[in-house]
Ligand binder design. Structure first.
Ligand SMILES: C[S@@+](CC[C@H](N)C(=O)[O-])C[C@H]1O[C@@H](n2cnc3c(N)ncnc32)[C@H](O)[C@@H]1O
Length: 300
């Protein structure tokens, strides 16, 4: 599995530099994925130890495999980072840094059976944790017109949300919408031809919205950030890589609130973004924004 876990860690060297430049030793990777960032952290200094989390059991297995050479210096556990307080044992705290690299990995997108991608035909699923209690099938086939419209408008920032919701409701009267391919066809029919010629794939925003709903991504992010803050040692840092404006807004507001409350300092006045070379080489990195917060050096 390791060999096929294709995911390039975005802003890898910058993330490692921000987290480790104060000489810390204990780090939490809240979204270990294939373990790319975790491996870079472990390689930075022999004293570094990493407690790694991912809600996707397949990612956990891949990360364990990849990070095996680091032996006892790394632990990989399955769980949702909204429960970080319970996932990181007392013996590992306080920590010098926490990393969040949000969203899905390239590898998850490329596994058709997970149903994340509008480019493959697969059952409508989109759960990062296959034991999760809601799937895209549920919202698409059971959600009301109003709920579908709201989700697609707010979380997809899709201007055609009302039309897409109406077409979904109409299509599912004939038969359930079971696959990503069926849903893509419904969305294509709903979005006017002129609008389809611009702005990328017509299903991109709706798929983003469904994924956020299925995985309760924004609630998890708010809870995860707060849980991470409580793990930090004085001077410890939180680094967050976000990939769309809804996530970035939550991160920006949260870090600013912490600063205003006297908890510490936002170190990135403006978000750090990849250089042109990385953007050219890794399309997924193009929307990335990195924000970093440091807890006050003196404990209060
Ligand atoms: C972009 S990938 C991380 C890639 C990783 N940094 C690397 O270098 O390979 C994001 C990962 O976060 C996981 N994830 C997303 N939301 C999560 C949550 N709420 N709790 C735990 N893991 C989550 C996904 O399952 C996915 O594996």
């Amino acid at each position: 599995m390791n060999a096929v876990f294709s995911h390039r860690p975005v802003l890898r060297d910058q993330v490692v530099a921000w987290l480790t430049q104060n000489g810390g030793e204990r780090y939490v990777d809240a979204t270990v994925g294939g373990g790319g960032h975790a491996e870079a952290l472990l390689a930075a200094r022999p004293a570094i130890r990493v407690w790694a989390v991912d809600q996707d059991p397949e990612a956990v297995a891949a990360a364990r495999e990849r990070l095996r050479p680091y032996g006892e210096r790394v632990q990989v556990v399955q769980g949702n980072f909204r429960h970080l307080a319970a996932l990181v044992p007392a013996a590992f705290r306080p920590v010098d840094g926490v990393l969040f690299d949000l969203g899905v990995s390239q590898w998850q997108l490329e596994r058709p059976e997970r149903g994340f991608s509008y480019q493959h035909d697969a059952p409508l699923d989109m759960r990062m944790d296959p034991a999760g209690d809601r799937s895209a099938f549920q919202l698409v086939n059971m959600g009301s017109f109003e709920e579908l419209t709201r989700v697609i408008r707010e979380w997809g920032e899709e201007r055609w949300a009302g039309r897409i919701a109406a077409f979904i409701v109409e299509a599912r009267r004939r038969e359930p919408i079971r696959t990503t391919g069926q849903l893509v066809d419904v969305i294509k029919a709903a979005v006017p031809a002129a609008a389809r010629r611009t702005g990328g794939h017509p299903a991109r925003r709706t798929f983003q919205a469904l994924r956020i709903w299925v995985n309760q991504e924004l609630e998890a992010l708010e809870e995860g950030l707060d849980a991470a803050r409580d793990l930090l040692a004085p001077g410890g840092r939180i680094a967050v890589l976000s990939f769309h404006s809804l996530e970035d807004r939550i991160v920006k507001v949260r870090l600013r609130q912490w600063q205003e409350a006297g908890w510490g300092t936002v170190l990135t006045r403006h978000p750090v973004v990849p250089e042109p070379a990385e953007r050219a080489e890794n399309p997924r990195s193009r929307s990335a924004k990195l924000r970093v917060f440091a807890r006050r050096a003196e404990s209060s």
